[in-house]
Design a protein around this ligand. Structure first.
Ligand code: SF4
Length: 230
């Protein structure tokens, strides 16, 4: 007997986070259904919650997802296309993961896990972005990658140089975003796609609270250990 999959349109899936994009979603970008400001990148090594296993794990590879509405709380992952009545604003053109997902039987969605994902470079090339922007993404990743940050964090307790280096990377991340927005005339709404979420917010994953000072510098406070300030 064939199974009948019937979505109850409760909106729960969409509130757990927007879909990651796959190669087959490319046309949604070229057709303008999805704009770069609708997207957020989770970079390789970033700690994320695996909602099916309910554990926090570092991402093996970057993923690009549909973001929450602008101005949402940091812990609100609701897809920005979910409407108040639980309908999808782009239902006819929703991404492949949304079409595959049925919450009572997630096999089809789990089968897509890690396969043929669209990353930032592929998206920028698809949209024929200028080469300087692709180079900027690569330069930022080289300086601010999570593998290097994780290594620095592992030496914070005993190594003053590691503490200084970590503050420098967080400051670099902030300054780099401002520079690209200002000099490159890139909308600030696109920065979370281009460079992932700001390190000012994501260092909390390492148990570190980042605070901006009035003079423009940044103080990092390890929530359980010493203050990290240059
Ligand atoms: S695109 Fe539509 S179906 Fe997919 S998560 Fe967002 S609101 Fe839900």
């Amino acid at each position: 007997m064939s199974e009948i999959h019937h979505c109850r349109q409760c909106g729960t899936c969409c509130r757990k986070g927007g879909p990651a994009l796959h190669v087959q979603d490319g046309h949604l970008l070229t057709e303008g259904v999805l704009q770069l400001q609708d997207l957020v990148t989770f970079r390789a090594g970033e700690l994320v919650r695996d909602t099916y296993k309910n554990v926090v794990v570092p991402l093996p590879d970057e993923i690009v997802k549909i973001a929450a509405p602008a101005g949402s709380r940091p812990d609100d992952w609701t897809c920005r296309f979910l409407m108040e009545d639980n309908r999808c604003f782009i239902h006819e053109k929703s991404p492949a993961e949304c079409k595959a997902l049925f919450c009572d039987d997630p096999k089809a969605l789990l089968g897509m896990h890690g396969k043929e994902r669209l990353d930032r470079k592929a998206i920028l090339e698809l949209l024929r972005a200028p080469q300087w922007l692709i180079d900027a993404v690569e330069a930022h990743e080289a300086r601010c990658n999570y593998a290097a940050l994780t290594e620095l964090v592992s030496h914070l307790e005993e190594d003053e140089a590691a503490r200084k280096a970590l503050v420098e990377v967080v400051e670099y991340d902030r300054a780099f975003r401002e520079l690209v927005a200002e000099k490159g005339k890139v909308s600030k709404d696109m920065l979370d796609f281009l460079f992932g979420r700001p390190l000012m917010y994501t260092v909390i994953m390492f148990g570190i609270d980042a605070r901006a000072n009035a003079d423009g510098s940044i103080t990092l406070v390890q929530t359980t250990k010493a203050t990290l300030k240059r």
